[in-house]
Design a protein around this ligand. Structure first.
Ligand SMILES: [Zn+2]
Length: 289
């Protein structure tokens, strides 16, 4: 969404770099509106749950769906596409891409490119959610403000994306993002209705919005809480990619059925060496030493 705007601006308006500080720190009203709508609906969901105005079977169903959607970020966008820490076959990539479209976090192609940029220019203005600009900016501010010019400049050609361009699943999602997002939203509303889990479309939409907000909050928290106050046992200068145990379990499952392969895990020795060299001293504490 915001992502597409930035790309379009780079392509269509070459003069953008001359207006260095004009659009930097300017609020993007469209994104404020989108973020606000999702939060109002999510808040309504909290009110419904507080009043006991919900069906347990739909509640449980929605929790499971939201966890699966969250996995598409940790196991999909992050581990598979951004860091290539394992290989996934076509059905697994289609599954993760589909779930990923339900996160409303933009196409995988952009998410991944931005994440690589975040690692490459970590905690500088070239980082899309530069943690040095404070908690609010790194948590959600970067979503509702126009991008920093240094970020846009570094986007243009500095990040390697050939592997993504060679991945038909990623490029298909990128081309069909808008209608595919709409189609999946309708499917997410129709499925619980058809299964008889819930009868109110408004309650379904507010539950979906709550799931989207929780997942965005989780992703934002890695950028803000973890970057600013988190333990960095392996390396003081970078954030270790700590994944939820659900993500690891899910990967183990897909590895077991043969859909995932070549799982890359840092060997214990390598981690310890790095911790000794650049860690903040909390590695031994974490490992009971
Ligand atoms: Zn990462």
């Amino acid at each position: 969404m915001e992502v597409l705007r930035s790309e379009t601006e780079i392509k269509t308006n070459k003069n953008i770099f001359k207006r260095d500080f004009e659009i930097f720190d300017t609020i993007n009203p469209g994104m404020v509106f989108v973020v606000a709508i999702f939060h109002v609906l999510a808040f309504y969901q909290l009110v419904l749950v507080y009043n006991g105005d919900f069906a347990w079977r739909f509640f449980i169903y929605q929790v499971v769906v939201s966890i699966a959607i969250g996995l598409s970020i940790t196991a999909g966008a992050h581990r598979l596409w951004s860091h290539r820490s394992y290989k996934a076959n076509l059905p697994l990539r289609i599954l993760l891409m589909t779930l990923n479209t339900m996160t409303f976090q933009g196409p995988l192609y952009t998410w991944t490119r931005w994440h690589r940029q975040h690692h490459k220019f970590s905690d500088t203005d070239g980082d899309p959610h530069n943690a040095r600009r404070g908690f609010f900016y790194s948590h959600i501010g970067w979503v509702i403000l126009y991008d920093h010019q240094k970020f846009l400049r570094n986007s243009a050609g500095q990040i390697k994306t050939a592997d993504l361009e060679a991945d038909g699943v990623v490029m298909w999602q990128n081309r069909n993002y808008v209608w595919w997002t709409g189609f999946l939203l309708i499917a997410q509303i129709m499925l619980p209705l058809t299964l008889g889990l819930e009868t109110s479309v408004v309650r379904i939409i507010s539950a979906i919005s709550f799931g989207v907000c929780v997942n965005v909050f989780a992703a934002g928290s890695v950028n803000s809480f973890a970057h600013i106050w988190g333990h960095r046992p392996y390396d003081r200068s970078i954030l270790p990619s700590q994944n939820a145990w659900v993500s690891l379990l899910a990967l183990e499952f897909f590895y077991f059925i043969g859909w995932a392969s070549d799982l890359k895990t840092a060997s214990g020795e390598l981690v310890a060496k790095r911790a000794e060299r650049t860690g903040d001293g909390s590695y031994d504490a974490h490992n009971g030493k």
